[in-house]
Design a protein. Structure first.
Length: 564
C-alpha cells in the first residue's frame, strides 16, 4: 500500500471521528425512514436514562473494554447496559468500535456516560514481511494440498487457532458450509491477511489501553476472534454475553484458556458437577417442561420466527405427511446451519458440518432398517425471507448430490414445515447431530442421541458419543442396535437442561431487550433495548439482576453466570 493511499485513509478516518454527522448524512440519504427512527430511539435513550443514577466511579478504578464488531444499536446497548452494571462495582467501560464510521455506537456511548470510545483505526500496525510470508504460505499449502481444509483449520499463529478464524469467516461470508478453497483463493488470502493483522492490532490495543476486562458479544471470526484469543492468553477477565431464545434474557460466560472454545450457551463441566448430584424437584421439573413448551410454542419472538405460527400438526398428521414405511424406528438427522459458527465449539469428527451431513445422509440411505428424517434447520427459511440466502437450502443440495431420488425410508422435513420441533421429538426414536441443542432436548425424553463431535453436553452420560468418524458411521450402519443407555441418562440430561435453560439466563432489568423483526428484510431497530419505564421511578429502580451479574463478572471466577 502506498503512503499516499494510507494517508488518505487515515485522513478520512479522522474526519469521520470529528464529523460523525457526515456518516449520518450518508445514511439519511440512503434510507431516511431508518434514520428518523434511529434518531428517535437515540433521543428516547437520553430522556429515559435520566431516571437512573449514574454510578460514581472511584479514581483509579478498573477498566472494561467492550469490543464491538459492527455499528449495531442492539449490540452497542447490550455492552453499555453491562457497562452500567459494572459501574456499580466501580469498573469503568470504554467501547472499542470497529472503525471511525461507527457513529451510532459512539453517540450511544456518550449518552450512557461511558469513557470516550476508541476505534481500531486508531491503533495502526505494520505487518512484518516474515509474518506475511508465513500466512501466505499457509494459505498456499491449503490451496494446493488434497486435505487443504483440515490443514488450514489446524494452522496456528503464535499458538492461536488462527486457521479456524480464517475458514469460519470464509464460510460465513459465502454461506457455503464446505467451500472448495481453490474457488475462493483471492477471498481466502484477504481474510488470512485480515486475521493476521487483527492479532497484531489486538496486542497493540491491549498494550496501550491496559484493560482488566473485555466484554464481547461475538468472540470469534476474523474480527473479534484474534482480540479474544489475545485477551484470554494475557489473563484478562473476558466475558462473553449473548441473547437467548427468549428476547428478554441473556447468557454470560467467562472465557479462560480452558473455556475459550466453549459456546456461551452451555454449562461448564465444573458447574454441572455441582448440580448433577441433585435430583430435580417437582417445581424444577415443571420449570423445565414449561421452558420447552414456551421455546416451541411461539411465546417468544425468537422462537416464533422459527416455529409454525398456526396450529401444529398432530403426530398422525406428521406421519401421514412424511409417508414413511410402517413398523420401523425413526431416526431424525437434526441439521445444523451449515455456514454459521461451524468450527468453534468442540472437536469435529468431520471437516465441517457439511461434510458431516453428507456422510450421515450416505449412511442413512444405506440403512433401510430405520426410517430417516432429515430436518432442515428452520433458520434457512428465516434467512431466505430476509435475503441472506437464496435458492435451495444447502442441506437439500447435499441430499440431491448423494441421493437424487431418496429411497422410501428417507424423507425431508423442510424448513417451512408446519410441524413443531416438539412434534418431531414425539414421533422420533433416535436423534443424530454433531452438537445441536435438539440433541440435549431429545435426551431429556430419555431417547438415544448420537453425536458426531464433542460439544457442551457430550461426554456427560446421556449421549452416545464416538471417538472417530468411522466409529460414528459404524453406529449409524448398525442402527437400531447399540442404543443402550443407563437409566440415569434422562435425569442427568434434565438436570443439565434445567441448569442451562433456567438457571443460566438473566434479565438485565430495568433494561428490557426487545425483538420485532418484520416478515421480510431488516431494520436497525429489529433488536433493541429500552428502559422499562413502567417499572422505573426515581429512587425505586430494581437493580438486583444487574448487581448480581456485575458481582459475578468482577469478583467471581466461575465460568458460568447463574442467576439464582
Amino acid at each position: 500500500m502506498s503512503a499516499s493511499v494510507s494517508g488518505a485513509r487515515a485522513w478520512k478516518a479522522s474526519l469521520a471521528r470529528r464529523a460523525p454527522l457526515a456518516v449520518d448524512a450518508r445514511r439519511f440519504i440512503a434510507n431516511p425512514s431508518w434514520e428518523f427512527s434511529v434518531w428517535e430511539d437515540y433521543f428516547a435513550v437520553r430522556r429515559h436514562l435520566v431516571r437512573l443514577d449514574s454510578p460514581k466511579l472511584p479514581e483509579g478504578g478498573g477498566l472494561a473494554l467492550a469490543a464491538l464488531y459492527r455499528d449495531n444499536i442492539f449490540e452497542t446497548k447490550q455492552a453499555l447496559v453491562q457497562g452500567y452494571a459494572l459501574g456499580l462495582e466501580g469498573v469503568a467501560l470504554q467501547p472499542l468500535l470497529p472503525d471511525s464510521r461507527a457513529s451510532r455506537s459512539r453517540r450511544l456511548a456518550r449518552a450512557f456516560g461511558a469513557r470516550p470510545a476508541v476505534d481500531r483505526e486508531q491503533f495502526p500496525v505494520q505487518v512484518p514481511p516474515y509474518l506475511q510470508r508465513a500466512v501466505t504460505e499457509a494459505v498456499d499449502e491449503a490451496l494446493l494440498s488434497e486435505g487443504g481444509f483440515r490443514r488450514l483449520r489446524e494452522w496456528r499463529f503464535r499458538g492461536f487457532r488462527a486457521g479456524e478464524h480464517i475458514l469460519s469467516t470464509l464460510i460465513r461470508r459465502t454461506f457455503d458450509g464446505a467451500p472448495v478453497l481453490r474457488d475462493h483463493s483471492a477471498a481466502l488470502s484477504g481474510i488470512a491477511a485480515e486475521v493476521l493483522r487483527n492479532y497484531l492490532v489486538a496486542e497493540r490495543i491491549l498494550g496501550i489501553l491496559k484493560p482488566e476486562m473485555l466484554l464481547v458479544g461475538e468472540a470469534n471470526y476474523a474480527f473479534n476472534g484474534p482480540l479474544v484469543d489475545t485477551a484470554v492468553d494475557q489473563g484478562l477477565n473476558v466475558i462473553h454475553t449473548v441473547p437467548t431464545w427468549r428476547e428478554d434474557r441473556w447468557m454470560s460466560k467467562r472465557l479462560t484458556p480452558s473455556s475459550r472454545r466453549d459456546g456461551p450457551i452451555s454449562v461448564d463441566r465444573s458447574t454441572f458437577a455441582g448440580q448433577v448430584t441433585k435430583s430435580l424437584t417437582a417445581d424444577e421439573n415443571s420449570e423445565l417442561d414449561t421452558t420447552f413448551a414456551d421455546r416451541y410454542g411461539a411465546r417468544w419472538a425468537m422462537a416464533a420466527m422459527y416455529q409454525p405460527s398456526d396450529k401444529p400438526l398432530t403426530r398422525d398428521d406428521v406421519l401421514s405427511t412424511l409417508a414413511l414405511p410402517q413398523g420401523r424406528p425413526t431416526a431424525v438427522i437434526f441439521s445444523h446451519v451449515l455456514w454459521d459458527a461451524s468450527l468453534f465449539y468442540g472437536e469435529d469428527l468431520f471437516n465441517n458440518y457439511a461434510a458431516w451431513l453428507e456422510a450421515t445422509i450416505r449412511a442413512a440411505v444405506a440403512n433401510n432398517r430405520v426410517n430417516w428424517i432429515l430436518k432442515v434447520h428452520p433458520a434457512n427459511a428465516f434467512r431466505s425471507r430476509h435475503g441472506d440466502v437464496t435458492g435451495e437450502s444447502a442441506e437439500l443440495g447435499i441430499l440431491h448430490k448423494v441421493a437424487p431420488t431418496p429411497p422410501a425410508h428417507f424423507t425431508v422435513l423442510s424448513a417451512e414445515a408446519k410441524a413443531s420441533t416438539l412434534d418431531i421429538y414425539e414421533i422420533a426414536d433416535i436423534a443424530v447431530t454433531v452438537r445441536g441443542t435438539p440433541g440435549l432436548e431429545f435426551a431429556c425424553l430419555g431417547k438415544p442421541v448420537l453425536t458426531a463431535g464433542s460439544g457442551h453436553y457430550s461426554g456427560l452420560g446421556f449421549t452416545i458419543d464416538s471417538a472417530t468418524s468411522q466409529e460414528y458411521l459404524d453406529r449409524l450402519a448398525s442402527l437400531p442396535n447399540g442404543l443402550a443407555l443407563p437409566e440415569s441418562a434422562r435425569e442427568r440430561a434434565r438436570r443439565y437442561a434445567h441448569t442451562l435453560f433456567v438457571r443460566r439466563t438473566w434479565e438485565p432489568t430495568p433494561f428490557r431487550p426487545t425483538l420485532d423483526i418484520p416478515g421480510k428484510g431488516w431494520h436497525p431497530l429489529d433488536s433493541n433495548i429500552v428502559l422499562d419505564r413502567d417499572t422505573v421511578a426515581p429512587g425505586e429502580v430494581d437493580l438486583f439482576h444487574l448487581r448480581r451479574w456485575a458481582s459475578w463478572a468482577v469478583n467471581g471466577n466461575s465460568p458460568d453466570h447463574l442467576d439464582f
